[in-house]
Design a binder for this molecule. Structure first.
Ligand SMILES: [Zn+2]
Length: 352
């Protein structure tokens, strides 16, 4: 048989991470902007935090800059951004913010086919370096294909200003790669799903680094931000190699999404992933306590009560989480987990 395998990988070309790297937006624009204006997508708070500075640097370098302040990453705002950009000859889009602004910017860049630069202001999840965007349509959030950033400018001085809750959530999002990898291997063994050893190795490395250094993830320490951000970027690389979110998203993410749907607003993504990874590790028969201990060292609670999520909601969410993304095979299987088994797993792991 002839060899017919092929794959495409897209990586960011420039990654600036560390203290005071924000001014590098100017050389980045110099390299990837051909003609036209630069569109900055940011929010009210994130504009003050970093958007204004990005705008000033670019304007001083002679670029024409337009700023859009949006709040949610939903279809309405996406349309607004794309209408705003149409006919204006936008040469580059810069997303400045936490998850939602980055998501909007990367989806708009993808749709409009212009280079996208990611300037995260919060280290709360691995979306700052991935080619997937979560866009809300009515009540449902769907993960869609979006632009891989051509450059990432992650200034730890700015990221350190985000509340500590976001940092430890970002760390948990990366640590939870460990269960995503078990799910991926399972899907490979049971269903022959394409598996990439190199993507898995990088994803696992990122997770283990943070697991081992969880005692160094502390409030108010810029170096903690550095540690976490580097591994968020590594996680993004793993997804770029795999060409999917598989190395970083398995059953723990299914539970996270199920919790977000059934009890929105009280817990953030990384916290939901932390809960998900502990119970998923238990279901895999792995050492879930190692994960629980690491989260506890970072001050991250995995108790649903601490996020005002009723026990019944978590039990139901775990039992039905597999329905969220049926094509993504995980330890949660293809049938609802019985409510009894779900309750037991959550009780043993201390989530309820
Ligand atoms: Zn995630």
């Amino acid at each position: 048989m002839e060899f017919e395998k092929f794959k495409t990988m897209q990586f960011p070309r420039d990654v600036y991470v560390g203290h005071g790297v924000l001014p590098n937006i100017v050389p980045v624009a110099g390299r990837y902007m051909k003609t036209g204006s630069i569109l900055i997508i940011t929010g009210k708070i994130t504009y003050d935090l970093a958007g204004k500075e990005v705008e000033t640097h670019l304007q001083s370098a002679g670029y024409d800059v337009k700023v859009i302040k949006a709040d949610k990453a939903d279809v309405v705002n996406l349309q607004m951004v794309e209408e705003e950009a149409s006919g204006k000859h936008i040469g580059m889009i810069v997303g400045v913010g936490g998850g939602t602004k980055i998501d909007l910017a990367k989806k708009a860049s993808y749709d409009l086919n212009v280079p996208f630069v990611s300037v995260p202001t919060s280290p709360s999840h691995d979306g700052i370096a991935s080619p997937r965007a979560s866009i809300r349509k009515e009540k449902l959030t769907v993960s869609q294909e979006a632009a891989m950033p051509i450059a990432i400018i992650a200034d730890t001085q700015i990221l350190a200003k985000a509340p500590y809750r976001y940092l430890r959530a970002g760390a948990a999002d990366v640590i939870s790669n460990l269960t995503a990898l078990l799910d991926w291997k399972l899907a490979n063994r049971l269903h022959g799903e394409e598996y990439s050893t190199s993507a898995a190795a990088i994803s696992e490395y990122a997770a283990r680094e943070l697991l081992e250094k969880s005692h160094m993830i502390m409030e108010g320490v810029e170096e903690s931000v550095w540690l976490v951000t580097k591994q968020i970027l590594a996680s993004g690389t793993a997804m770029a190699i795999a060409g999917s979110s598989r190395p970083a998203s398995g059953s723990e993410h299914l539970l996270a999404h199920a919790l977000e749907l059934s009890n929105p607003g009280t817990s953030i993504h990384g916290e939901q992933c932390a809960m998900g990874s502990v119970v998923s590790m238990f279901l895999h028969g792995g050492d879930w306590q190692v994960l629980a201990n690491a989260y506890s060292r970072m001050g991250l609670s995995i108790r649903a009560k601490d996020y005002n999520i009723p026990d019944t909601v978590v039990i139901k969410a775990l039992s039905t989480a597999h329905r969220i993304r049926p094509e993504r095979y995980t330890i949660l299987g293809e049938k609802d987990i019985s409510l009894n088994a779900s309750e037991k797993a959550l009780e043993i792991t201390g989530i309820i």
